[in-house]
Design a protein around this ligand. Sequence first.
Ligand SMILES: [Ca+2]
Ligand SMILES: [Ca+2]
Ligand SMILES: [Ca+2]
Ligand SMILES: [Ca+2]
Length: 453
Amino acid sequence: MNTSVSSRFGMPGRRRAVSLLAAAALTSGALAATAAPASAVTVPVCATPGFAAPVTYPTANMVLFTATADFNNDHKADLATYGHGGGDIEVLTGNGDGTFDPAVGADPGMASASRLATGDITSDVDSSIDIVVADSASGTVRVLPGNGDGTFGAPITTPTILNASMVIPGDFDDDDRLDVLVTSGSNNNSIMLGNGDGTFKAPAPTGFTGYAPLAAVADFDGDGDDDVAFGDGSMMGTNGIEVFPSNGDGSFGLSTAYGAGTSALFVSTADFNGDHEADLISSGMGDGMVLLGNGDGSFQSALPYTGNGGLGWPTLGDYNGDGKTDAAFASPMGGSLLLGKGDGTFQAPVSFNGGSMGMDMVSGRFDADNRSDLATSSGLAQGVSVLLSTCGTSATPTPAVKPKPVVEPKPTVKPKPATKPALKWKTKVKLEKPKLEKAKLKKAKKIRGGGVK
Ligand SMILES: [Ca+2]
Ligand SMILES: [Ca+2]
Ligand SMILES: [Ca+2]
Ligand SMILES: [Ca+2]
């Protein structure tokens, strides 16, 4: 693994909180969960939002990175980890009640991976969720094709840029096949268009030559292809965020720069004000900023927030179930939860006990309530910790006892506003409900193709 700052902090791969086919989250990231519009959601008030004590599931490796998606097509979120020691990817199948089955190794050949990203990279072959990473040791983008049952086929590798530090899935040429943005600590951030079979075309530079540990991918201007936002890439930077509009062929137009405080090191995306337009959130050394998107590729002035724990990237979700996007931050000293007000600002940060937290954290719906939960690497320990969101009660499920299969709670269907399609953010949708990704993506594309915003 390279030893750049980004690697040490664990490059999040999430990106597009909303865009792409990623089931993660993006990578997660995306991530995470986009909250439904506050106005359309009626939910009980969460009196004292927080997290139950972390439950740690053993892994063979010392977990650096974690991802969540539904790898076995049972509509329950699963976990994947990568770390040192075991030297491979491990998968923990989720039971849908907040517990997970024991870790199973998936790719013993991994040499030095970036943060894990997920999505249906091999969409021409099947519809199951795959894992994609940047393997800096071999200089490749590495895809583990999911078999749809929690296992994976032989890795598919494609040569990539030097010092690749993270991959973020997106559809940059609007062909419904997942591509990847590959970021680097050596200023060669590039796009690799996906062939739909797990391989990619040769890297094409994005035009952003800064250090970009965590970039945001979403369709910021609503034209159907995914765009990219980079932080200024400097630990001490002052430049803010640069937004690159996609040309729809894997290349990008001229960027627009937005002021975003003193350190936009990490940039992620979600809808913070419920207007279904992708917004941006930055963080880094010190505090961060939210930039509300106008839906045409432009953004409003930065709204500051405090409470990221000093250095960390936001893990976005709806942790109190009020339909407004929140941000959680991990640090070795403990977690920090910022509840969204639904206007791009946050309530005062609330600390939570994350146990022995690493820097990498992902959000997902691990049990049957309407709130996002968290999974985090457990510092230097061999395991992944699951933190279920609570609302004043804290019944922590124990991993040892496997509950009988009861009637599986149906995933809550988020109400959609009648007047406006909410499907612009492909990735976000995928993160929470992988099974619906394709259909939603298609629908979103249709809507966008018709010029509706
Ligand atoms: Ca599953
Ligand atoms: Ca594509
Ligand atoms: Ca918005
Ligand atoms: Ca919330």
